[in-house]
Design a protein around this ligand. Structure first.
Ligand code: UD2
Ligand code: MN
Length: 756
């Protein structure tokens, strides 16, 4: 009976149904098995990678034991203050081997000694930012983040991606540029959107996001704040900064210079090193042996990997200008961008060839770069200099943001998103990465001190200096907070493209190299923007002792001319301070033609920019810049009376601080000045005259030092340096006499000396 019932069920359509059911069960079983295999595969692959990385770290540590680090303890100047990361650990390194390394890198090398609760498991993965603190992270979480990375990695070259060829490139007409490798735009899905969906919405809730919010800001670092972006208001999810690093696997752990470690060549290589040095003014011979996609240590402060950034960050065009750059460093620069930038944010890489002469930078470069659809090469038909070369790049850029980089850099893990996040928060923010140091000698990647910002010293000399202690304390600044930066170094920064054009770009009249960082910095700050150094974004740069390329005109004159243009447009009354620091000769128009400035002056007016005085007081208050070197009464020691101006001529009076006619300034132009009148020497009668002040006239200038000179306290005419201002003993007149170090009638004292 029972059998019959079953048979009846299996007859006709029942039979088909049963077959489908059984087949489905079998299919499901196969599927589950396959899934299990693939999960195992992923896991074992990840595990393998980790083991490899661990071995590499071990090796690195062992090598480091044998090597001590280069230290360049410069506190100020263009050279960055490099942290001594002494990894020559000689005690119990077996236990703490990897911890020490990671600590050194992430904490700025300050606390190489670990305390017990800082110790985390025995695994450290350089470049794996998922390990943001030193506690042992639950395995699951680490795997999640690695998957995140894997997905992002996958999206670099996703199958079936839509590729549009775009030949119609707009060209900066005045620059005669030529597109050597036309761009192709690649559209991507945001890799985070699906992967982190759950995490995003939770995070978004947590931070209460309704509009552009500075997710990670606990406070405002300084009192300054640019206006909020007018396009704010978009709702967006957030995610943790991607720790994308395509160089992690596979890679040759034994390769020269891998992990940014120092390489010590043998003596026998000296001749070759020397021979090739001038090609780039660094160790070109060594650079050529280092992989173009080497790994470097993740040197970000430890909290950076946990920072949240928005999902809808703007895209960027990365612009590298180069002239006769060394092949291996140019490639390493490009690879570091390709390998460590989220693909959906990297619109393109534009290489602007500033009329290089080296053959390998022509067809071979075109050929090499043609494998990367995002790389475009723009060739300039004549040498323009880096300023106009950058403008040529900007003119054809398609990204929302322009990111300028020098052509001998290595972008570190997670470098891009923190920069774009700042622009996203406020399009008038101009973020710069921390510029770390790639040694010009051993090519090692070196940390720099924390809390460093770009500044200038007179006469507009760029340098680095630590953020003042009281500013750090007052604002509770941590090592990962953005640092307000009075002047950018110049080479590496991101800027909203439209904002860059609104600001009138660079002054295109600046030639070849130098001064453009001052110009753009003053322009940004004075016209409503702000410049920040973002400690969570780090890029290594080879600082060279000399420019390795030729200047079309004299190098010094080129830089001086650029600086004079900047001073004339931006410094207001402070331009005398600039000229007064050894640049008097630039005032002589016969010696130096600085070109037409009308457009730049108009631009400043149109943008309604603030004064240079405002800039000094608000952006760079710790520079002390008095407008006069000395001021007050001018006391004659022999006569014991003070110089006075009466009815258009000079006389002596009993000193009286309340009398304005006795007040003079000793200015940066070395004038003895009361309002618009300056004391001038007349050589014919050895007399004096009161003349309208004029910066270009040498007979109005007086050398004067308050101390430490044979002729201290004398007023020596610059016109003829043997003649000094002397009070006639009867006190009726002043006159010029041959300088006499003993004559008290030739000794003058101002009431206040601001500068010695
Ligand atoms: C620093 C800046 C640099 C620039 C310069 C002042 C950093 C890290 N570097 O000097 O970007 O602001 O100060 O002007 O902040 N180049 C050309 N055409 C030229 C000259 C240079 O394309 O005529 C390229 C050059 O190949 C390099 C870039 O411009 O990629 C910057 O030149 P540099 O590296 O000689 O400048 P650097 O780092 O000494
Ligand atoms: Mn450079």
């Amino acid at each position: 009976m029972q059998m019959l019932k079953v048979r009846r069920y299996l007859r006709g359509s029942g039979r088909v149904l049963a077959f489908v059911f059984v087949a489905s069960v079998i299919w499901l079983l196969f599927d589950m098995a396959a899934l299990r295999i693939s999960i195992n595969d992923v896991n074992s692959q990840l595990l393998r990678e980790r083991v490899i990385r661990e071995k590499e770290v071990m090796m690195l540590m062992m090598m480091k034991q044998r090597q001590s680090r280069v230290t360049q303890p410069m506190k100020e100047g263009l050279d960055h203050p490099v942290q001594k990361v002494d990894l020559a650990v000689t005690h119990s390194w077996k236990k703490q081997r990897s911890n020490k390394l990671a600590q050194a890198y992430r904490r700025g090398g300050k606390d190489l000694e670990l305390n017990s609760n800082q110790k985390r498991g025995d695994k450290v993965i350089i470049g794996d930012n998922s390990e943001s603190n030193n506690k042992v992270r639950p395995k699951k979480e680490a795997v999640n983040l690695d998957l995140n990375e894997a997905v992002a990695r996958k999206t670099q070259h996703p199958p079936g991606v839509q590729v549009n060829t775009n030949q119609g490139v707009k060209v900066a007409s005045q620059l005669q540029v030529e597109e050597a490798h036309p761009a192709r735009t690649v559209s991507h899905q945001n890799p985070n959107k699906n992967v982190n969906k759950k995490e995003e919405s939770v995070e978004a809730k947590r931070v209460g996001m309704t509009e552009r919010t500075n997710l990670n800001a606990k406070k405002e670092p300084l009192n300054l704040r640019a206006g909020q972006n007018s396009t704010a208001g978009r709702k967006a999810g957030v995610h943790k900064v991607l720790h994308l690093d395509m160089t992690q696997a596979p890679r040759d752990a034994k390769a020269v210079g891998q992990f940014g470690q120092a390489v010590f060549l043998s003596r026998s290589d000296d001749a070759e090193v020397k021979k090739r040095w001038d090609e780039g003014h660094f160790n070109v011979y060594l650079s050529d042996q280092i992989p173009v996609d080497r790994a470097i240590p993740d040197t970000r402060p430890e909290s950076c990997a946990q920072n949240l950034v928005h999902d809808d960050l703007p895209s960027t065009s990365v612009i590298f200008c180069f002239v006769d750059e060394v092949w291996s460093t140019l490639l390493r620069s490009v690879h570091s961008v390709l390998n460590r930038s989220p693909p959906h944010l990297l619109k393109e890489i534009i290489l602007v060839d500033d009329f290089s002469t080296r053959d390998y930078l022509k067809e071979p470069l075109d050929k090499y770069m043609s494998q990367f659809p995002k790389v475009r090469i723009v060739r300039l038909k004549e040498r323009q200099g880096l300023i106009r070369a950058r403008l040529a790049g900007a003119a054809v850029a398609k990204g929302d943001v322009l990111t300028f980089l020098d052509s001998h850099v290595e972008c570190n893990v997670g470098w891009l998103e923190p920069l774009l996040e700042q622009v996203y928060l406020d399009r008038r923010k101009v973020p710069c990465p921390v510029i770390e140091v790639i040694s010009d000698k051993d090519m090692s990647y070196m940390l720099v001190d924390n809390f460093q910002r770009g500044i200038f010293k007179w006469p507009l000399v760029f340098g680095w200096s630590a953020v003042p202690e009281d500013v750090i304390r007052k604002n509770n600044l941590t090592v990962s907070d953005p640092i307000k930066c009075p002047v950018m170094a110049g080479g590496l920064f991101s800027i909203d493209k439209n904002y860059f054009f609104e600001l009138g770009t660079y002054d295109p009249g600046l030639d070849v190299w130098g001064g453009e960082n001052m110009e753009i910095s003053f322009k940004i700050w004075m016209c409503g923007g702000e410049i920040e150094i973002i400690p969570c974004s780090r890029v290594g740069h080879i600082f060279r002792g000399q420019n390795p390329y030729k200047f079309p005109k004299d190098r010094q004159k080129t830089v001086e001319r650029n600086l004079a243009r900047v001073a004339e447009v931006w410094l207001d009354e402070y331009k005398d301070v600039f000229y007064g620091h050894g640049y008097h000769h630039l005032l002589d128009k016969k010696l130096m033609d600085i070109g037409n400035l009308t457009e730049q002056i108009e631009l400043r007016k149109r943008l309604k920019c603030k004064s240079f005085k405002w800039y000094l007081e608000n952006v760079y208050p710790d520079i002390n810049t008095p407008l006069a070197k000395a001021e007050g009464l001018v006391f004659n020691r022999g006569l014991r009376k003070c110089l006075a101006l009466q009815k258009g001529s000079l006389s002596f009076e009993t000193c009286d601080l309340t009398k304005q006619n006795q007040h003079f300034n000793y200015t940066w132009m070395r004038h003895i000045r009361q309002q618009d009148l300056c004391v001038g020497s007349q050589t014919k009668e050895h007399g004096l005259a009161l003349l309208s002040c004029d910066n270009t006239k040498p007979d109005l200038r007086w050398l004067h030092k308050a101390s430490n000179l044979a002729l201290a306290e004398h007023l020596i005419t610059e016109f003829s340096n043997h003649m000094c201002l002397e009070a006639e003993p009867r006190g009726v007149i002043t006159r010029l006499s041959p300088c006499d170090s003993n004559s008290v009638f030739q000794k003058w004292q101002f009431t206040h000396y601001h500068v010695q």
